[in-house]
Design a protein around this ligand. Structure first.
Ligand code: AMP
Length: 428
């Protein structure tokens, strides 16, 4: 019978990869906490309307990429294609405005987009997402980007560039939209059918078009950054000045519009040249009208999302991670030693020491082979003789030395040896 495979573009993350994921998540959690962000977890399914209203009806995500379906009662639902809309919904629904500790939130979890899978682009992918509500000051825009830089730095990632832009506010965008429409009208014959349509529905979205011909035409289009109003220009100047003070390097990319309608003023992306076409590792921006548009208080917001798969692909290109393996193997010789070995292993584990044992009554030789393959540092050996003397043979696999320890001294001795690692790495 043919076995069932995972859905195209949806990946299993196997044990030999999980160390990368845990490291990235732990680094994110620590850093975000130090900037005052608290975790929130929202459902992966929401009402379709939430995404249509926030991301925008005429965006690629909503028009082409969303997993949308009616449930058994016919209500239209969607797998979340991004996290901001859900977090904003939760913020409004639970009146988190009233909670002084819930102004800055983060989430880590899977998102879903029906895109054509390739390296760095999947149909289920994970994002680390951070959102901050209620602060309009450009200081926060700079802080958010600075935090993103620190995060990548802490992971040891090099060779990524922060691109920034300002999309202006509703008012300056209105004037620009007319300019852009005029430009698109002049070139209409050369645009793809999608862009021909977009020039009426949402001209800014032509910048998201993946057709090369359209991109070539848009290279000569008027630039939004040049038409933003005085207040938006001042805001952008302040953001840049704070970034300079924070020594966070950036390039201004006036053609970066981001693929979602809710952004205004500051937008940014972290770009790499090492992942082929999938060059964005993360991105975000300000979305001051979104809470109000979703029926909440008129509070400003800003946030970003990092794609974990792309981040890990980059890290793997640069770094090799030491394989995580158990530290200790408890080998038993003979049936009566098994119970004592079993209890000793549980004692070591309860002290936070990664310990493996034999459950199958294998020969000592095959247990030693397994311990070797696992790459453990210490093997504890107990047979009937050791049990009767209340002793354990302790073999150091690195130095190839073997010592005899009293049974009750084994756990404290190993705890001593691994003490530093346990305090450095939590449960290790
Ligand atoms: P976006 O909200 O589209 O800017 O996405 C934020 C980040 O999520 C991107 O910079 C990518 O790193 C990641 N991302 C977006 N779409 C995908 C995808 N289909 N597969 C993998 N990662 C993605």
């Amino acid at each position: 019978m043919q076995s069932i495979q995972a859905i195209r573009g949806m990946n299993d993350i196997l044990p030999d990869q999980i160390g990368w994921w845990q490291r990235v998540e732990q680094t994110a959690r620590e850093l975000l906490s130090s900037f005052g962000y608290r975790e929130i977890r929202t459902p992966v399914i929401e009402k379709l309307d939430l995404f249509a209203r926030s991301i925008g009806e005429s965006t690629d995500i909503v028009e082409k990429e969303m997993y949308a379906f009616p449930d058994r009662k016919g209500e239209m639902l969607a797998l979340r294609p991004e996290a901001t809309a859900s977090i904003v919904r939760a913020f409004i629904q639970h009146n988190l405005q009233a909670d002084p500790l819930a102004k800055k939130l983060y989430a880590i979890g899977p998102m879903f987009r029906h895109e054509r899978p390739q390296k760095g682009r999947y149909r289920q992918f994970y994002q680390i997402d951070a959102e901050a509500f209620g602060i309009d000051d450009p200081m926060l825009d700079a802080e958010v980007m600075h935090m993103l830089r620190l995060f990548l730095e802490r992971l040891g990632l090099t060779g990524v560039v922060l691109h920034i832009n300002s999309l202006g506010c509703q008012e300056c965008r209105q004037d620009y939209r007319d300019l852009l429409k005029e430009f698109l009208e002049k070139n209409v014959a050369e645009l793809c059918p999608d862009c021909q349509r977009r020039r009426h529905t949402n001209p800014l979205r032509t910048f998201d078009c993946k057709v090369e011909r359209c991109q070539a035409i848009l290279a000569d289009a008027p630039v939004l950054l040049h038409s933003i109003c005085g207040a938006c220009a001042d805001h952008f100047e302040s953001v840049k000045s704070y970034l300079d003070q924070l020594k966070t390097a950036y390039v201004i990319n006036p053609r970066m519009v981001r693929g979602l309608d809710y952004y205004m003023r500051t937008t940014f992306e972290v770009i790499t040249d090492r992942l082929g076409a999938q060059n964005a590792v993360g991105g975000g921006g300000r979305y001051n009208g979104l809470l109000r548009d979703l029926g909440g208080p008129d509070l400003p917001g800003i946030g970003f999302a990092i794609g974990m798969e792309r981040l890990i692909l980059l890290l793997q290109q640069e770094q090799s991670e030491a394989q995580r393996c158990p530290k200790i193997f408890v080998a038993s010789l003979g049936a009566s030693a098994r119970d004592t070995c079993f209890l000793l292993a549980q004692q070591l584990r309860s002290l936070g020491l990664e310990t493996e044992i034999d459950y199958e009554g294998a020969s000592l030789k095959s247990q030693m082979r397994r311990a070797d393959r696992l790459g453990v540092r210490h093997v504890l050996i107990m047979g009937d003789e050791e049990i009767s003397r209340g002793e354990v043979q302790c073999r150091d696999m690195m130095n190839k030395t073997q010592t005899v320890l009293p049974l009750e001294a084994v756990a404290p001795r190993l705890q001593e040896i691994y003490k530093e690692e346990i305090t450095e790495n939590g449960s290790r």
